[in-house]
Design a protein around this ligand. Structure first.
Ligand SMILES: [Fe+2]
Length: 295
């Protein structure tokens, strides 16, 4: 697929993840105001990228999310892709509906898509996880399935199940860690292939935007579930040396420089979260500014 061109005006992109709009609606709090993002000069932002977890139950909530985002930036400058929560009460085989809702709102769906913005190349995908962080993939997969809501609220397949004993019954099948691992391998291969293309390396800057975490340096304190949130893509970072890697998922707004790559967690997070040790202000992390590279 051809890259999507974002018209270059100011050189500024704003990247956030984990909007969790349904939680903010229940709390009657504006998620951007909660982080001071309402004070940003939005007329000077060329595009907004939302890196997943817009809201649970997308069929019900995504249209509301797009109405909210339109308060800040026109939909034609809004780019989104899903996180794990965007598949709650939904399914992987109905991802096409997420694209349709995005397009109906006038925004752009950028799962496994390349964006060009001036001389910057932006690669977007959910990424998921390989469960390998910590060295015991099998155990991490087992713990994730036992403890995370994802494996009760995400279906891998919603459509008609031919093995059903009730003819015509559409029976959702719960997602498994093996499904997530397969998605991760697919997204990782896609990223690696795109980063290997000459057109990516000749552009002066490369920015990667994912939902899941790419490196333990921005994971914070680790526990039995850390591998469900972050992978260790040190090899990919060392080989391709992207300039920035924005992500979310863990809601820990940590940042680190890995090799030459500025890795930043840009989660909005839940309204009732009190913050994590080492958290940085979202406003300091979420703007990518490329003012000197004019087309
Ligand atoms: Fe989240």
């Amino acid at each position: 697929m051809e890259p999507i061109v974002i018209p270059y005006v100011t050189g500024r992109l704003l990247v956030v993840a984990d909007l969790h709009m349904d939680h903010y609606l229940r709390s009657a709090i504006d998620p951007f105001s909660a982080h001071g993002l309402d004070q940003i000069d939005w007329s000077g932002i060329d595009a907004l990228i939302v890196a997943g977890d817009l809201a649970n139950n997308p069929t019900q909530t995504w249209p509301t999310v797009f109405r909210y985002l339109r308060k800040y930036i026109p939909s034609e400058r809004t780019f989104v892709f899903p996180g794990n929560h965007d598949f709650y009460w939904h399914s992987f085989d109905r991802e096409g509906e997420l694209r349709e809702m995005t397009e109906a709102a006038g925004a752009t769906y950028v799962q496994k898509r390349v964006l060009h913005h001036g001389s910057t190349c932006v690669l977007c995908c959910t990424l998921w996880t390989d469960f390998a962080l910590g060295g015991n993939t099998r155990k991490a997969m087992h713990e994730a399935q036992a403890l995370l809501t994802d494996y009760r609220l995400i279906a891998s397949r919603w459509s008609f199940d031919p093995s059903s004993t009730v003819p015509g019954l559409a029976r959702p099948r719960a997602a498994t860690p093996a499904d997530i691992l397969a998605l991760h391998r697919d997204h990782r291969e896609w990223l690696d292939a795109k980063l290997s293309e000459p057109r990516a390396s000749t552009r002066r800057r490369t920015v990667i935007v994912t939902h899941h975490g790419p490196h333990p340096a921005t994971a914070g304190s680790q526990d039995t579930l850390t591998a469900a949130f972050h992978s260790d893509l040190s090899d990919m970072i060392a080989r391709h040396r992207p300039d920035y890697w924005f992500f979310g998922h863990s809601h820990r707004r940590l940042a680190a420089v890995v090799g030459n790559t500025d890795v930043r967690n840009v989660s909005v997070g839940y309204p009732d979260e009190s913050g994590f040790p080492g958290d940085r202000p979202l406003r300091d992390l979420c703007v990518f500014d490329n003012p000197v590279e004019r087309r």
